[in-house]
Design a protein around this ligand. Structure first.
Ligand code: UD1
Length: 422
């Protein structure tokens, strides 16, 4: 298995380009299942999760052409041959459940394996199923599969989510575009990826209003047509690379970065003493001399502080002056990076959903183990600031969500390389 070796060194400087958002692309791709005309995505990220979604769509009979080295995905679902998403593919990636809504809406039936994904707590799909049931679908759970049917087609209805779920909002939104009548989604997720999906669906002829607020209204239409849509910038990749100069000093410009995508995160960076400025090309992050200040962070659905940046923020706070508290409110069991950071000399106490981090002056390099996607990159960030060499093992998680992480960090002066395993 490959590993990544990071040696802490001085300040970083230069530019890092931000790719299209993995999480947006993973919901835009299944949108192809809603139409028999082609859907083309530009600014797609080149990641293993995108290849997994490609394999899943192809297994259903869709065509997915990867053009311009994977930057453009030209998809067509004019001739689906299969309405079953098998366990073999679905187990690799939780977002596979996003084919359920579109298949059901256009074909009146679907069989989808219950998903796997990152090991960050129990992550059920009950909200997805309940939302589709509110639109008239009949669900049966059998042999690890969801068997869904809507013999007369889906009907518009009112769906009130008991709590915010990004995936369930996406599944319901896609399904509602072809449901008969009006669907109202209440307590919907407000993430930029939802807005991006709605923009794409509207470009395909859907009638969606209110995406980005907690009430979304969808007037169902008979069919959707083709479209070309650029994937929104990846706010999690953006936040992650903003932390690189924040952790080891220097000044880095994130090309394609947008403040509105990371406002809550930038507010916390400001409290810690990191400067963020808008530039013509994106965002510029500067860290001056001296230690950063401790801050308290509570993760929340957008526009709150994203859970997907919690591990990386913890890496920064390990060397802050004072005591920081990080409260994880979205996922249980999402502090698996804490014991690994402690191997590097961090002082962290985890009690339930709260981690208390007492800043130390310097971390020390150590061999560590990546446990999930965001944890992996937090260990790399910590390694950039540590004294000596850090070896991050099990880095295959990284390939799911970060394209060219080694090259992007090398380009701003980091000492980092990937060692091929046996
Ligand atoms: C998406 C993102 C993920 C991010 C998460 C929260 C993608 C592909 N993934 O995941 O990177 O960390 O949003 O911002 O976009 N839940 C239920 N029942 C359900 C659905 C969710 O109990 O049917 C729970 C989950 O276990 C979790 C919470 O709801 O505790 C929020 O999860 P959700 O917003 O659905 O996350 P995902 O869409 O899976």
């Amino acid at each position: 298995m490959d590993s990544i070796v990071v040696t802490g060194n001085g300040p970083l400087s230069g530019q890092i380009p931000i790719a299209g958002a993995k999480n947006a692309c993973l919901t835009l791709m299944p949108a192809t299942l809603l139409s028999d005309e082609p859907l083309t995505l530009t600014n797609a990220p080149r990641l293993s999760d995108i290849r997994t979604m490609t394999a899943l769509l192809e297994s259903l009979g869709a065509e997915v052409q990867s053009l311009q080295g994977g930057r453009v995905l030209a998809m067509s679902s004019h001739d689906l041959t299969n309405l079953t998403a098998h366990y073999d593919i679905v187990r690799k990636m939780r977002a596979s459940i996003l084919v359920l809504g579109p298949l059901l809406a256009r074909h009146g039936q679907a069989v989808v394996s219950l998903p796997g994904g990152c090991a960050i707590g129990a992550r059920p799909v009950d909200l997805h199923l309940r939302a589709l049931e509110a639109m008239g679908a009949e669900m049966e759970l059998r042999d690890g599969y969801v068997h869904a049917r809507a013999p007369g087609g889906l009907k518009g209805g009112e769906v009130e989510f008991p709590f915010v779920s990004v995936g369930a909002t996406e599944n319901a939104l896609m399904a509602a575009t072809l449901a008969r009548g009006t669907t109202v989604l209440k307590n919907a997720a407000r993430e930029p990826e939802i807005v991006d999906l709605a923009v794409c669906l509207n470009a395909m002829g859907a009638r969606i209003e209110g995406a980005g607020s907690s009430t979304i209204t969808v007037e169902g239409v008979d069919s959707l047509h083709g479209a070309t849509h650029p994937v929104v910038a990846d706010r999690i990749e953006l936040g992650t690379y903003m932390l690189a100069p924040a952790i080891c000093g220097g000044e880095v410009e994130l090309v394609g970065g947008r403040l509105d995508l990371v406002a809550a995160f930038v507010e916390k960076l400001g409290e810690a003493g990191i400067e963020v400025a808008e530039t013509e090309a994106g965002l510029k992050v500067t860290r001056g001399d001296g230690r950063v200040r401790a801050v308290d962070v509570v993760t929340a659905p957008f526009p709150g502080f994203p859970t997907d940046l919690q591990a990386q923020m913890m890496a920064l706070l390990c060397t802050a002056e004072g005591v920081s508290r990080l409260e994880e409110r979205i996922f249980e069991n999402r502090f698996m990076h804490a014991p690994e950071l402690m191997r590097m000399g961090a002082k962290i106490d985890v009690h339930g959903g709260t981690a208390t981090v007492t800043g130390v002056e310097r971390l020390r390099g150590a061999p560590v183990m990546a446990t999930d996607l965001r944890a992996s990159v937090s260990l790399i960030l910590a390694g950039l600031a540590a004294e000596g060499e850090t070896v991050v093992n099990r880095v295959y998680h990284l390939d799911r969500g970060y394209e060219h992480v080694v090259r992007k960090l090398q380009d701003v002066g980091a000492k980092i390389e990937r060692i091929r395993g046996q």
